[in-house]
Design a protein around this ligand. Sequence first.
Ligand SMILES: [Zn+2]
Length: 503
Amino acid sequence: MSDGIRRIVALSVLLLGTGLLWVAGRTTDDAEKADNERKGAIDEARERAASNDPRLKGAYRYDRGGWVYVHLEGEPAAVGFQHGFLLAAEIEDAFPAIKAQMTHSTRRDWDFFRNAAKEMLWPKIDEEYRQELQGITDGLNARSGSHLDVYDIVAMNAFEELPDYYVAWLDKREKTANAPNLKSPGNCSAFVATGSWTKDGKIVIAHNNWTGYMAGERWRIIFDIVPKNGFRMLMDGFPGVIASDDDFGINSDGLMVTETTISQFEGWDPNGNAEFVRARKALQYAGSIDEYTNIMLDGNNGGYANDWLLGDRKTNEIAQLELGLKAYKLWRTKDGVFAGSNWARDPKVIKLDTPQFNPSDMENSPNARRVRWEQLLNDNKGKLDVDLAQKLLGDHFDTFDKKDEANERTLCGHVDASPRGVAIWAWGPNYPGGAVQGKASDSTMAQQLRLFARMGHPCGADFLAKPFLAGHSDYAWQEPFLRDMPAGPWTEFHAGEIPVPQR
Ligand SMILES: [Zn+2]
């Protein structure tokens, strides 16, 4: 079924549903009917007026391979407005899922997160990003009539750092009674390679995003942003969020960026700058590994602490920035490979920032995947390219049990298939999470602002929500939000490409 037909069918179902509701409610008086008609007319007029807004100039979107590509350009407020307007449906869909996840895991209400956004994060956000975040809110409201305000949007942008970093730190500091079990997440498998390790001697970078499926199946935006200041960016991302956040991006000055989180990280600085702001700023403004490092270090709040894997196609140099809060370390080389699967490696970072992490427990997911990366990267030294990277991201070899089996220890993660879950991330048995999408690029592609991306498990397997929920009542709370996550094809995206513009 083509997307067009699918949309028509969906619309027909919606209209039929509305009609049935109307029939069911016929006993109500004509006043209500008139009210509804008036409301419909207002909605229509609002959308019509908004679609002529001059701030939308140059912006467009299209859907491909399970992804939504958006091109945004101009002043910060305009970039935000275009984002909110073009992705209004996706933001309206993602917001309740993120809100449910944040409030469920922390046992804090949404006002708590709004206040944290307003009192703690907002005062330190650069003016440029304040305007963009306000723009997202304005664009969303103009398109959909949503009542979300900028603090809802800021809290949503911080969905990785507020629950598992800030609240975990706060609960410990305040000795919260019956505090929930919050752990920094283990997001992603990735590598960056250069020199004698790759087929063409230039940089290859690849990443699969690990997260709960509820968020991950919505992590399906390709952002092409031409900001007024700084470099053009092509990155994957989440609706309503200004950073890639998982993270995978390239900029027009030659920087190639990805990361994996540091498992069992502890710490937060309430006076620091939000991680989502620093990460966005670094991709937008850094033209070198040093500049990237400096931006990430400036106002480091400890949120969403990552091992950043970086490449600079201008110098053919790659780097790993292990960014703890109390310690950090930068490794760099023009002939080598850095891999990530949620483990810290610097002894000082481990001691000061991840005191609970055990680098020699080979049964846990980060260490088991570290062993697999070492095997695969060594076996393929000199052969690494984007094609091969796509295959490696879908690998299912469990190095602890020494067998092919998709589970929590494989580079392509399927924790829903594991009765063990991942305790160090507070993911229970059969937690509905794992690798939710993958991306890959190389120096040549980065020069042309191109990347490959696959939605869903990088191995190509589908996740089906209904049978999963039927068998795992622990996760019944996700039922309103958890959906099927069908795998799409590996799909190429190119900054500036205009197939069929649609609004
Ligand atoms: Zn898989």
